[in-house]
Design a binder for this molecule. Structure first.
Ligand code: PGA
Length: 258
């Protein structure tokens, strides 16, 4: 049997398109990403387009190796929740992945740890692979709470879940102060938190699971900073916002090698 402790973690690079693109721009961007990256096997590529374009992008990515995900979901299965989108809806349009707890959901839309936990469970129940996003704010970093904040977000989301349920889990460490600010964490800053996140995962779910789980870094990643981040032992991928809207730059990031 494969020993997860020695299995190499394949990098996973996601492009979070946020609230950008029109339908035609989204389909064009998906085509470009596919053309540039479908045959690249050294990393796993994911894209997260806006809700209205998921079906069209799914068609454009059909039979490719590019994974499709949504940027958020609601935790209820269905009902009177105007404007909300359920996990089953995402599956029905061809999503395999979903971002859970992105910092903009937490800090712009007010999703608390408890809501993030419910969303994670809803995603898993529907068979979606989750990218659980965590990260500290600048004032939390300044007051020395970085590890504690990330551990709290991790623990409240994961508690009560087991390794079988979480087999496809990806964690994204995204310091809030680095998202969309141009202030990328240094590889050393990322590594220090990733190592602690992995240790925390080990305490919750065991060492074998922790050794196998992939932890992405996100926050102002550009083509020129990708390789340095990926070179760190516990950085297993990247979650890219702004730079994922240009296929050429995104492809360069996915192909950046440690
Ligand atoms: P950014 O966004 O690369 O534009 O900073 C990253 C993210 O929010 O995932």
């Amino acid at each position: 049997m494969e020993n997860p402790l020695t299995t190499k973690r394949k990098p996973v690079i996601g492009g979070n398109w946020k609230m950008h693109t029109t339908l035609s721009e989204a389909v064009d961007l998906a085509s470009e990403v596919r053309n540039r990256l479908n045959s690249y096997g050294a990393a796993q590529t994911l894209v997260f387009p806006p809700f209205p374009f998921l079906g069209a992008v799914a068609q454009r990515l059909a039979d490719s190796h590019i994974g499709l995900g949504a940027q958020d979901l609601h935790f209820e299965k269905k009902g009177a929740f105007t404007g909300a989108v359920s996990a089953d809806m995402l599956v029905s349009v061809g999503c395999a992945w979903v971002l859970v707890g992105h910092s903009e959901r937490r800090h712009v839309f007010g999703d608390g740890d408890e809501v993030v936990g419910k969303k994670l469970r809803a995603a898993l129940t529907a068979g979606l692979k989750p990218v659980l996003c965590i990260g500290e704010k600048l004032e939390e970093r300044k007051s020395g709470e970085t590890f504690a904040v990330n551990r709290r977000q991790l623990r409240t989301a994961l508690q009560g879940l087991d390794t079988a349920q979480l087999q496809h889990l990806v964690i994204a460490y995204e310091p809030v102060w680095a998202i969309g600010t141009g202030l990328v964490a240094t590889p050393e800053q990322a590594q220090e938190v990733h190592a602690d996140v992995r240790a925390a995962v080990g305490e919750l779910l065991g060492g074998a699971f922790a050794a196998a789980v992939r932890i992405q870094y996100g926050g102002s990643v550009k083509a020129e900073t990708a390789a340095g981040l990926l070179a760190k032992a516990d950085v297993d991928g990247l979650l890219v916002g702004g730079a994922s809207l240009k296929a050429e730059e995104f492809a360069a990031i996915v192909r950046a090698r440690a």
